[in-house]
Design a protein around this ligand. Structure first.
Ligand SMILES: C[S@@+](CC[C@H](N)C(=O)[O-])C[C@H]1O[C@@H](n2cnc3c(N)ncnc32)[C@H](O)[C@@H]1O
Length: 232
C-alpha cells in the first residue's frame, strides 16, 4: 500500500508554535523532506530539529535561486519522483513547510505533482501573517475590514491599487524590494501606519518603523504590515 504524504506546516520559527498534529505526523514518517535554497540550511528543518530521529531518512530538496522559474520547477519534478519512490514502498513522507503549507508554501509544488498518486494529509501551521501581527501586538483585522496579502515583487501599479482599497495589508517577500516598497508607502502617505517585522517569534526577532530599517540588511523572513486602523 502507498504511504501517506504529509504536508506539515511547522509555524513561523518558534518550536513552541508547532502543533501536536505536526509533531505526530513527523513521528509517523520514515522520510522527512524539506525544500531549501541551494547552499543554505533549511529553516523549516531547524524548527523541528528536536523531533527528527537518526533512523529517519532526510531528503533536502535544493531549489536553485534563479529569476527564471524552470530550474526550480525541474527540481520539484525530480523531488516528486524521489518522494514517490519512497511512498510506493509504503513509507510515509513528511514534507516540512515553514508557516502554513497552503499559504504561499512551497509544499504546493509537490502537492500538485503527487495529488493523484498517493493519499495526502495537509497539516495547517501558524502562518507568519498571524505571528507578525501578534509580535507587533496590533490586531490584524475586524468587522468588514479588507485584508490584502501583497507579494513585494508585484509591480508598483498593482501594489498601489491594492493598497488603496485595503484596510490592512501584509507585504511579504520584501528582501531586496524593501527600498522600493518604502518609497511607495511614503508616496501614498502610509509610512506612519506601516511596521517592519523581521524573523517573527525567533530570538532575533526585530520590529522597526520603516525609516529605521537598513535596506541592505532586510532578510527574506520579514514583512511589512500596513494598518490604516488604529482603533475599532
Ligand atoms: C513564501 S512565503 C511563505 C509563507 C509561509 N508559508 C507562512 O505561512 O508564513 C515567505 C514569506 O513569508 C514571510 N515570513 C515567513 N516567516 C516569517 C517570519 N518568521 N517573520 C516575518 N516574515 C516571515 C516573509 O515575508 C517571507 O518572505
Amino acid at each position: 500500500m502507498t504511504g501517506i504524504l504529509y504536508g506539515v506546516g511547522v509555524g513561523p520559527g518558534d518550536p513552541d508554535l508547532l502543533t501536536i498534529s505536526a509533531i505526530r505526523c513527523i513521528e509517523l514518517s520514515s522520510v522527512i523532506a524539506y525544500p531549501c535554497l541551494e547552499g543554505t540550511p533549511s529553516f523549516a528543518r531547524s524548527i523541528v530539529s528536536d523531533y527528527i530521529k537518526e533512523s529517519q531518512e532526510e531528503i533536502a530538496i535544493a531549489i536553485p535561486m534563479l529569476q527564471e522559474p524552470e530550474p526550480a520547477q525541474q527540481a520539484y519534478d525530480r523531488a516528486a519522483q524521489t518522494l514517490l519512490e519512497r511512498l510506493q514502498k509504503g513509507k510515509n513522507v513528511a514534507v516540512l513547510c515553514e508557516g502554513d503549507p497552503f499559504f504561499y508554501g512551497s509544499f504546493q509544488y509537490l502537492f500538485f505533482r503527487l495529488a493523484k498518486q498517493c493519499p495526502i494529509k495537509v497539516v495547517p501551521g501558524v502562518s507568519s501573517l498571524m505571528s507578525c501581527s501578534a509580535s507587533l501586538s496590533r490586531p490584524l483585522s475586524a468587522r468588514n475590514d479588507v485584508l490584502s496579502i501583497l507579494p513585494a515583487p508585484l509591480p508598483d501599479a498593482d501594489l498601489k491599487a491594492c493598497l488603496q482599497v485595503a484596510d490592512t495589508a501584509a507585504i511579504i517577500k520584501i528582501g531586496r524590494h524593501f527600498s522600493r516598497i518604502r518609497e511607495l508607502l511614503g508616496i501614498m502617505n502610509l509610512k506612519q501606519e506601516s511596521y517592519y517585522i523581521e524573523r517573527s517569534t525567533l530570538p532575533n526577532e526585530k520590529i522597526q518603523v520603516l525609516d529605521n530599517v537598513n535596506p541592505e540588511e532586510v532578510p527574506y523572513f520579514s514583512m511589512i504590515l500596513v494598518q490604516r486602523r488604529g482603533k475599532i
